[in-house]
Structures are given as structure tokens and as C-alpha cells.
Design a protein. Sequence first.
Length: 403
Amino acid sequence: MRTRVRIAAAPRHRRSRSLHVDALSSLGRISATRDARSQTADPRSADPATPELRPPPTTAPGPEGPRLLAAGRVLVIGFVCLGLWLLLDSHSLQRSAESSPLGARRTAALTVLRPMVWVGNGTGLAYLGDLVKDALGRPTGGPVVKSTPPVPLASPRARHTAAAPPAAPQPAGAPSPAPPALPPLPQPTAASPLRVLAVGDSIGEDFGQSLVAKLGATGVVQPTLDGKIDTGLARPDYFDWPGELRTDVSRFQPDVVVAMIGANDNQSFLVGGRAVGFGSPDWIAAYTQRVATMMSEATAQGQRMLWVGMPIMPSGGVSQQMQLVNSVVAGQAAVHPGVSYLDSWHVFVDSSGKYSAYLPDASGGEQQIREPDGIHLARGGSDRLADLAITVMQSQFGVRLSS
């Protein structure tokens, strides 16, 4: 009996299913590999909670660039304008430096300004600046003249100056005789007023404004004020006061000249190209000659002169310097006919003789007499000094200054 062995063939669809499964498995592995690579390249996909980082968006440039460009243009324009101003004003700047006290600062300023003046002269801008200042009434040659408007002058009155008798011989070593006394001035009237010229530096201008106002109010005085700030007798290379006074006397024909000059003279200056220190014997000799020249110019035609001394200053050192200036002026006034000296020191001190910016007025209240800088005169102080000056003029020159 035969035994049959039947071998069953594997169904075809099972083979095809296996291939299909293998293909799907391969695709799954490929997909998993791609996912793994994607996660490795971008770790954000591994954690869904991690926010997606995106590159910052490209924006249009802001206005900072144009603003910086505009600011640069403004700076350039500013520097150009500054340079033009320096060239236009180079002559004034040079004169201002020349007027400063001798020393390293003055030397440095002149060293810097010399090439600037050279360029200004070469381009003509410096001369153009001078023309503009002349047109505005501010000449480069010095500070602005502040004077009352000129008024028609009456015909000059005859000067009644008595001839001095011959001086008697003096023994050796005897003191110099006092200058001969001059006759009184003619009494002023509204029709023939007393012509008074007041000149001075910035402190003299403070005083002069009050003096001119009070004299003008009398109705018998024709006053004129010529005040120049930052000037004095120490620096004729900056401003020539004797020349200015000579011009004023010729123009206004004054009967009386009132001067208050000296606040800026506490400095060294040049004599024959050589520097002399303030207070030295050479300085005193040169300054004495300059004061004498001023007095001679003021009284050359028989005029009278009242020189008002400098007031006390808040600084003890500056006060001592002003006292030296005052001593030179007082000494020269004593030997010049027609010149009187008015000491203003006591007008501006308190009961203990010390500097004070406030003093009691007639009613007992406090009155400001000095400006906050401690140097210049407040209106209360200049009015006090003007009242005293008018009193001295009446007593010294024999005139009644009232309507």
C-alpha cells in the first residue's frame, strides 16, 4: 500500500502579502530615519512646547542715518560761521588781548590771534568787519562811546583868569608853593549855562550818569558824558585818554571837566617797550606823568577840573591798589591850578570804615550803593557821590548850580 505524501504549496497571496509588508516596513524605516534626521537638524521638533525660532524680519532702515547726516551738517555750518566771525572780528579780538594785563595769558592770546589777524587781513574779512562796526557806531579802535546827544553850544564865554604874580625866589629845600587860586567862574544861567564834561571808565560812567541827570535838572548846566568801559591810563596802547579828552574839550568847550578814572589801572604796563610792575617806582613815575597830562589837557584853556577818586573795594588787596592810584591823583591835583580832588572813599564805607554794599538812607532804611559785583556803583551810590560832587563844585568853583 502506497503512502502518498501531499505537499501543499504556499498560497501566492501570502508571498505577495509578505512583500507588501516588507515594502511597508521599509517605507516606515525610511520615514523614521527621515524624522530622526529632521529632529537632529532642528531640535525644536523634538519638543512641541519649544517655541519656533524664526529669523528677525528684515526691516527698512530707520531715520538715524539722515539724522546723523543732518547733525553733521549743522556742526560744519557752525564751525564755518565761527571761523567767519573770528576773521571778521579779529582786529577787535587783538585789541582786547592787547589791553589785558601783561603776563602769560596775554602772550598766549596774542600768539593765537596773530595768524588769525594775518588771514583776516589777507582775505579782507577783518577790514570788512571794521567797516560794519563803524557803520554801527562801534569803531574797532576802542569801546563804545556813551555820551549825551550833542546840543547847540553857546558862544564861548570869556575866561576870566587872573594873571599870577611873579613867584618869589624860594630857598633850597623849601616845599613847592601851592598853585595860585583862580577866580570864580561866571554864574551860570539858563541862557548861558555852565558846560560840564564828565569822563571816566565804567565806574566813572556809573557816577557820570547820576551827575549828568542831576546837573541837567538844575536848568543852568549843559552836561555831557563820555564814558568808556575797560579803559584807563595804564594802557595808552589800547585807548588814548589824553587824546580823547583833547577832542572832547575842543568839541564841547566845557567850563568844568569831571573825571573818574583809575579802576583798571592797577596793573603793570609798558614804558618804552619795557614792562614795569604795578606800584614800583618806575610805575609811579610813569603813572604820575599820565595823570599830569590829563589835568593839563583839561585845564589848558582856563577850565576847572574835578577829579573824583576811586571808591573802596570789597577786596582788601584791591583797595590798597586803589589807594595808591588815588594818592598819585591827589598829589597831582595839589600842584595843578584849577584842579580839585574829591575823595570818594568815605562815601562807600560803613560806620566802622569798612566796605559795605548797603548803607542807611535819610529815612534810616537800607539802600544799595554797590552793584552785586562789588565794584560798580548802584544808583543809590552814584546819586550820593553826584550830590557830593555838585556841592564841591559850587564851593571850589564859586558857582550856584540851581535854577
